[in-house]
Design a protein around this ligand. Structure first.
Ligand code: PHE
Ligand code: FE
Length: 275
């Protein structure tokens, strides 16, 4: 059975990816021959812009692993990244045509496979696009998969996602994902740094998250993060801060079922959203 396209939220245009290429689990081979020289050049420019911004703003673990993505002047081959990634943490990346549904997404993570959108934005979209795409997925997410504690956390998240799906709590868990894996901050010896992929792959948000006096920065609290709605099309007003990836792992280890039950009950009474 071919995979159906997925759209989250209201969108004016259909999803870009070609879902006819995908297998039933939504993965597809990276179509390397399909990249044009403009695509490679867009990647090169995005990489160069972001690589100049991450020192002093992205966390040490990210900076240490960034070179493992390989060449920065063209789109890397997933196979080559996988040779290094499998050796480091047993993870691998798999191609997908775009956003995929919750269950296949969680299933991949639970099996230590990270889905990477294989297409790149056009030069006209250089500065902004809402959909995830290869640069965000690779540059933002993949370096931390080389870190053993973070890598284990991502797998636990996948297993927890399957459980949240059974309990009707995916929206609550997705807020936690948003405020940690996508927009998390970490306190390190030299100060506040970003580890979330949504921050690390965005030139504007990287400065806003780490340096601006505007946003609130709260210590990570699971329930609070799950109660905090997020916007996908503007900088965050609230960030949650951890002191180490071990803290993230430990804080997310307890059974979330009672938390979901409590928040869903509050939601029923219209009192769930904190901010
Ligand atoms: N401990 C969570 C649960 O019981 C699962 C989880 C682990 C969620 C890690 C997020 C991150 O549902
Ligand atoms: Fe992402």
């Amino acid at each position: 059975m071919a995979a159906e396209p997925v759209v989250y939220g209201a969108s004016e245009r259909p999803p870009r990816g070609d879902y006819a290429r995908a297998n039933a689990d939504y993965t597809c081979a990276q179509d390397y021959a399909a990249y044009t020289s403009e695509d490679h050049d867009t990647y090169r420019r995005l990489y160069a812009r972001q690589a100049a911004l991450v020192p002093g703003r992205a966390c040490d673990e990210f900076l240490a692993a960034l070179p493992f993505l390989g060449a920065s002047d063209h789109i890397p081959r997933f196979d080559q990244i996988n040779e290094r990634l499998r050796r480091a943490t047993g993870w691998e990346i798999v191609g997908v045509p775009g956003l995929i549904p919750e269950v296949p997404f969680f299933t991949l993570l639970a099996n230590r496979k990270f889905p990477v959108t294989d297409w790149i934005r056009t030069a006209a979209e250089f500065d902004y696009i809402v959909e995830p795409y290869i640069f965000h997925d690779l540059f933002g997410h993949v370096p931390l998969l080389f870190n053993p504690v973070f890598a284990d956390h991502m797998q636990q998240y996948g297993k927890g996602g399957l459980k949240a799906h059974r309990l009707g709590a995916c929206e609550l868990l997705s807020r936690l994902y948003w405020y940690t894996i996508e927009f998390g901050l970490i306190r390190q010896k030299d100060g506040l740094r970003a580890y979330g992929a949504g921050i690390i792959s965005s030139p504007g948000e990287l400065r806003h998250a780490v340096e601006s006096a505007e946003p609130a920065r709260l210590p990570l609290e699971i329930e609070r993060a799950m109660r905090t709605r997020y916007k996908i099309d503007s900088f965050q007003q609230t960030y949650f801060v951890i002191d180490s990836f071990q803290e993230l792992f430990d804080k997310t280890a307890p059974d979330f079922a009672p938390i979901y039950a409590r928040l869903i009950a509050l939601q029923g009474r219209g009192r769930m959203v904190a901010i």
